[in-house]
Design a protein around this ligand. Structure first.
Ligand code: PLP
Ligand code: COI
Length: 351
């Protein structure tokens, strides 16, 4: 059994220049569900999975996942951020796809175990990099008729990463997607791989046309702003208010970063409005800043959004991140790396 790896020397990586790609680390965590129960789970140095060709994941896409990060604080602790919310969201995602939820306390314990075992891979304080933690669950049991499988695997891999968007805090350009991502009252509000499969074609088209990401409108009416392929969207209006799009059709992922930023904004005396936002309103120039928020994206500033007719430019965030997004980003990342007081108890010490 693998226990601790804490004394291990840090890996020799160019921490400040990491990109957002998979790099194998020392250990993953794995647990299997069989005969109606999860086994005890363990760390493994085997980063492969061998499955039956008839496993449910291959046919009917029973897969859910999560994303969180481990940080090194100024004091040298290794911490993660609100892992209880990832545990709960993963259980919600699993239930929606008729998969057995992984117990939430054991989820947090497994995150602790795998981060601790890979402590040598957690980027140092101040490097701008983090250890990305990716829990996932797949149907491993055989199915041929359309039905839920009877066996599952829960796994957590970790990998050190830099910024999700190249250029870090430089404003990116988005385009409004031609294809839809999430159906009304479908699966947009859970973290299931199938949603991301839906976004790959428009993602590749956007990149080929020189955009960093897509902005999805609601697929029912193509009227309201939803989110991007991997992050929620935030706007700042001309009065300095943070405007956070919500969905009539339950098709936006409940981002943990977004929920935290709404609280951070209130703490900073920034007014917050959570409401449906129409694309026409964005196109009319109502907003002066825009940002994408998520675990991977942190807050990435958006400088422009293009659709067939319009180019929308955000006046206060076009050349560099605007003032409201900057304050929110600095406060959130400060809480995460221990340089800003964690008044809400969001930071979870691992070791
Ligand atoms: N929206 C989508 C589609 C995502 O994939 C993510 C990433 O997890 C987010 C939003 C942001 O969520 P969180 O802040 O919980 O990482
Ligand atoms: C995350 O932010 O954790 C995600 O899962 C988004 C993904 C596009 C990397």
């Amino acid at each position: 059994m693998i226990t601790e790896n804490l004394g291990a020397k840090k890996k020799q990586l160019d921490w400040s220049n990491l990109d957002f790609n998979y790099r194998k680390t020392d250990y993953s965590f794995v647990s299997n569900w069989k005969n109606g129960a999860w086994d005890a789970g363990e760390l493994t140095a085997d980063h492969t999975i061998t499955l039956s060709e008839c496993a449910g994941i291959f046919h009917y896409c029973q897969e859910v996942f999560e994303g969180l990060k481990a940080y090194t604080t100024r004091d040298g602790d290794i911490v993660c951020f609100r892992p209880d919310l990832n545990a709960r969201r993963m259980a919600d995602s699993a239930e929606r796809l008729v998969m057995p939820p992984y117990p939430q306390d054991r989820f947090v314990d497994a995150v602790e175990q795998v981060v601790r075992a890979n402590a040598a891979w957690v980027p140092p304080f101040g490097s701008g990099a983090t250890l990305y933690v990716r829990p996932l669950m797949i149907a491993t049991g055989d199915v041929i008729g359309v039905k839920p499988a009877d066996e599952y695997q829960f796994r957590i891999l970790v990998t050190p990463v830099g910024p999700y968007f190249k250029g870090g805090a430089k404003p990116i350009r988005l385009c409004v997607a031609r294809y839809d991502r999430a159906a009304p009252h479908g699966t947009g509000n859970i973290k299931a791989g199938l949603n991301y499969a839906m976004s790959l074609k428009s993602g590749m088209d956007a990149h080929a046309a020189g955009f960093a990401e897509n902005l999805y409108l609601d697929s029912q009416s193509r009227t309201y702003v939803e989110e991007t392929g991997g992050a929620n969207v935030l706007f700042v209006d001309r009065s300095g208010k943070l405007v956070v799009p919500v969905s009539h059709t339950d098709s936006i992922l409940p981002s943990i970063t977004r929920r935290s930023l709404v609280q951070v904004a209130r703490d900073l005396d920034v007014d917050v409005e959570e409401r449906p936002v129409t694309w026409d309103e964005v196109a009319s120039g109502a907003f002066v800043e825009c940002g994408l928020c998520g675990t991977a994206a942190v807050i990435s500033p958006v400088g422009e959004i293009h659709d067939d007719k319009d180019v929308v430019t955000f006046e206060e965030g076009h050349e560099c991140m605007g003032p409201v997004m900057t304050r929110l980003r600095e406060t959130l990342t400060g809480i995460q790396d221990g340089t800003v007081e964690d008044v809400h108890g969001w930071v979870h010490k691992i070791c």
